[in-house]
Design a protein around this ligand. Structure first.
Ligand code: GAL
Length: 679
């Protein structure tokens, strides 16, 4: 595996980035439209555009026939306007001549058949012909544009995804397995392959069925590593031509199939695409906001510590084609969504897309400029108003979000849980994320900032570490968590944590395994998963009650103090939540899945004991504060997540960054966000 690409700062300009995917290649026959685009871009307060993402067939209409005149004109115009370009390599969609001449460039399904050749995001990352043609066009792009004044970063391909089962990929996977397991005996043990007579006798002759959880986990890990390797491959000529330009590839938030902890190794700056459903009229709205917040916090931490990142794609309108319905964003929600992103550490927000296409597959998708063009539209005006606000918030650029709480998030644990439940579970494939969100939500609601980190992160800098549902533990994690608690930390572990080792083999010392039972002072004997929506009452020691559902753990306190007990159900009288002192720290365990009230009751003493603190205290309910800190100062974002006006008292006089007003309290309109400079 190649080394980790060091993080790179955004290129020099002290403003927040604001922009969109821009596809002038669809409009080359309409010069008046291109002219209007540049006028509207200025009017919308936009400054950065992703160009060329799907323009291979324009740049190379037939093999070796490079046609960059149109791109030269766009790049030069961008520079003249003082705009930035996030210039894409075009492999996200292959030109038809390539798939016709080299069908092997298209991914192979497990059944040995090729995916359909049109469309996009369907290429085999390891086909020699694919690599040869990608290398050639990337080299041309680098030669022409690596030192162009408009170039801000390279956007490698688009939303990398998918697994391929062709012989090239199979060979690469077998090399990956050799490096990981060393011998076939070790591999067979790790996969427990005597089960259903699945012993593996050769590195290349692997079963393609669903039986061996360990193998399926390794396939997913490999696919993510292979994507990172592919980014390295694409980046080589780009970096050689100018090492100063950051390498990004657009991620897809909490993607169920790709470990971004692995893929992020290959980028120098994190860029993410997010299309959340924001429906303020739904009772679920706070959780929708919190889910976005969690995703942001994960992105911010992907390069090792809290770092500026970019929202590369989002829908300005609320018209996301691939959802069941397309509820347009209600007033205030667009600014709330974008400023929440900045509050969580992003240094730029961008859209898919600048202008709606006239035809083909996504012509009805949200965009800044609609089919009627011009600046008349509601969406355009919301975007332009945001652009004007972002210009006044430039001081925030390059500041960091600080957190004294971490939530350990691990794709391996997600996959391991899904695999273990796979054949008979009624749970959705997103249960892992839902549970992580429930724990995150308890802190989010209180305005406590959280870093969402991988298991290998340094835990010692946190006051509190949450480990929801870490089904499979990476080698060494249990020891590091134990040492963290022993040294004075506070750790939370929840049901379904510590069941398996990193090969998805069950621990043999009880749950939670790998010695964590002693750290937490508990043994989780079994878990009841009753009918969906069946409730069990849980009573805390102060008499408060809450409900549990979905997972009801049969927990034994073995040294831990009981904080809450099941009042009915199969495990009546047995503990639900516990606290245990280990060394100088405290280990908290939750055996069942609690409702929101229960999570609050569970977390009250944990937050008090750990000292994890919100950015501001005494805020009215539904107002969330986040802080960014840096050389330019300390800034607090106050976000009203409710449809009512809220008045927030401030502990000292703050300055409104947009109006310059000095304030001792802030009046927030419904869904409004204010950014304040702290004294
Ligand atoms: C993204 C993709 C864009 C566009 C968008 C529509 O996943 O990168 O090209 O298709 O979805 O929501």
């Amino acid at each position: 595996m190649n080394p980790v690409r060091p993080p790179a700062p955004l290129r020099p300009r002290a403003t927040l980035l604001h922009g969109a995917d821009y596809n002038p290649d669809q409009w080359l026959e309409y010069p008046e439209v291109l002219e209007e685009d540049f006028r509207l871009m200025r009017e919308a307060g936009c400054n950065t555009f992703s160009v060329g993402i799907f323009s291979w067939s324009r740049c190379e209409p037939s093999p070796g026939d490079y046609q960059f005149d149109w791109l030269d004109r766009i790049m030069d115009r961008m520079a003249a306007e003082d705009f930035y370009v996030n210039l894409a390599t075009p492999s996200g969609a292959l030109p038809l001549w390539l798939t016709k001449n080299h069908p092997e460039c298209v991914r192979m399904n497990p059944d040995g058949r090729r995916a359909v050749d049109a469309g996009r995001h369907n290429f085999c990352r390891n086909a020699p012909a694919l690599r040869q043609h990608v290398r050639a066009i990337n080299t041309e792009l680098a030669r022409r544009y690596a030192r162009h004044p408009a170039l801000a970063m390279w956007h490698v391909s688009n939303e990398l995804q998918g697994e391929c089962h062709c012989p090239h990929c199979a060979e690469k996977f077998s090399q990956w397995l050799r490096a990981r397991h060393g011998s076939l005996d070790a591999l067979n043990h790790a996969y427990w392959s005597d089960f259903w007579s699945h012993r593996i006798a050769s590195w290349t002759d692997l079963p393609r069925d669903y039986v061996l959880d360990g193998l399926l986990l390794d396939r997913k890990r490999f696919a993510s590593d292979d994507m990172a390797d592919y980014v390295d491959f694409e980046a080589e000529p780009l970096v050689a031509a100018n090492p100063e330009v950051p390498i990004v590839t657009n991620l897809m938030g909490l993607h169920p199939q790709i470990s971004y902890h692995r893929l992020a190794r290959a980028v120098s700056l994190v860029a993410d695409d997010q299309y959340p459903q924001f429906d303020a009229e739904s009772p679920d709205f706070p959780r929708q906001l919190a889910r976005s917040a969690l995703t942001h916090d994960l992105m911010r931490c992907l390069k090792g510590e809290s770092r500026p990142w970019l929202l590369m794609e989002s829908d300005p309108e609320g018209r996301v084609l691939w959802r069941n319905y397309a509820k347009l964003k209600r007033p205030g929600l667009h600014h709330l969504q974008m400023l929440q992103t900045i509050a969580h550490g992003a240094d730029g927000v961008m859209y898919f897309q600048w202008r709606k296409s006239r035809g083909a597959a996504e012509k009805d998708h949200g965009a800044v400029v609609g089919h009627y063009g011009g600046n008349r539209g509601r969406v355009f005006n919301e975007v332009a108003a945001l652009g004007a606000r972002l210009q006044k918030l430039s001081a925030v650029r390059d500041t960091r979000v600080e957190a004294d709480t971490a939530l350990v998030f691990d794709w391996d644990a997600w996959w391991a849980y899904n695999l273990a439940r796979g054949n008979f579970g009624s749970q959705t494939p997103n249960t892992y994320v839902d549970v992580a969100l429930e724990h995150y939500f308890a802190l989010w609601q209180r305005g406590i900032s959280v870093d969402v980190v991988p298991p290998h992160a340094d835990l010692s800098r946190y006051k509190l570490v949450l480990c929801p549902m870490l089904y499979a533990l990476r080698d060494g994690f249990a020891e590091r968590l134990a040492a963290y608690v022993h040294a004075g930390g506070h750790a939370v572990l929840s049901a379904y944590s510590g069941f398996n080792d990193e090969h998805a083999l069950w621990f043999r010392d009880g749950c939670p395994g790998a010695g964590l039972g002693k750290v937490f002072g508990v043994w989780l004997e079994e878990i009841d998963q009753p009918r969906p929506h069946e409730r069990v009452t849980v009573r805390f020691t102060d008499g408060s009650e809450a409900q549990a559902a979905d997972f009801i753990g049969h927990l034994h306190a073995e040294g831990a103090t009981v904080l809450a007990t099941h009042v009915n159900g199969l495990f009546v009288g047995q503990p639900c939540a516990t606290r245990h002192t280990h060394g100088r720290g405290t280990a908290w365990f939750l055996a069942s899945r609690l409702d929101e009230a229960g999570q609050r009751l569970f977390y009250d003493p944990i937050i008090a004991a750990s000292g994890a603190a919100p950015a501001l205290t005494n805020l009215p309910s539904g107002v969330i504060a986040r802080r960014r800190t840096g050389e330019n100062g300390r800034f607090v974002f106050l976000m009203n997540s409710t449809a009512e006006t809220r008045v927030c008292p401030l502990p000292a006089e703050h300055t409104d960054l947009e109006t310059g007003e000095h304030l001792t309290s802030v009046r927030l309109a419904p869904f409004a966000v204010h950014v304040l400079r702290e004294p």
